[in-house]
Design a protein around this ligand. Structure first.
Ligand code: RB5
Length: 150
């Protein structure tokens, strides 16, 4: 499994902690930045990791900012990305099992480092259930492709 990781300056510390967690678990990742706490624009860093996931170069993305909100908005504008802001275990589980999310977003000012690690573990180990949920994912793709839903 290969993971694309990125953050803006507001989650630089959380990104470093997440990377350590992935290393401890032996999970391969690439860090798409940012690389210091100097102020940057979060859409860029969300785009770098999310577009690599959309190109299928990585299985999942972990994208972080102060709140998780801005990066999730940016990531969800990349075709093929289903990014979810997760703040508890249920959200991390259900966004995989029901939404087939391929990016988890979290906020450094919202989750502790320990909770972030826990949510990552759940997110990466939960399978998509398919079935009726696939029909709904297909509708998301239709919306993304500009189709009008009846
Ligand atoms: C940066 O100040 C902050 O706006 C950003 O990290 C993020 O939370 C945006 O949604």
């Amino acid at each position: 499994m290969k993971i694309a990781v990125s953050a803006d300056h507001g989650a630089f510390d959380l990104k470093e902690s997440v990377k350590k967690h992935l290393e401890e678990k032996g999970i391969e990742y690439h860090d798409f930045g940012c690389f210091s706490k100097e102020s940057v624009d979060y859409p860029r860093y969300a785009y770098y990791a999310a577009s690599a996931v959309a190109r299928k170069e990585y299985d999942f993305g972990i994208i972080l900012c102060t709140t998780g909100l801005g990066v999730s908005m940016a990531a969800n504008k990349v075709k093929g990305i289903r990014a979810a802001v997760c703040t508890n275990e249920m959200l991390a589980r259900m966004t995989r099992s029901h939404n087939n999310a391929n990016v988890i977003c979290m906020g450094q000012n919202v989750v502790s480092k320990e909770l972030a690690n826990k949510l990552i573990d759940i997110f990466l180990s939960t399978e998509f259930e398919g079935g009726r949920h696939q029909r709904r994912i297909d509708l998301l793709t239709d919306i993304e492709n500009g189709k009008e839903l009846d």
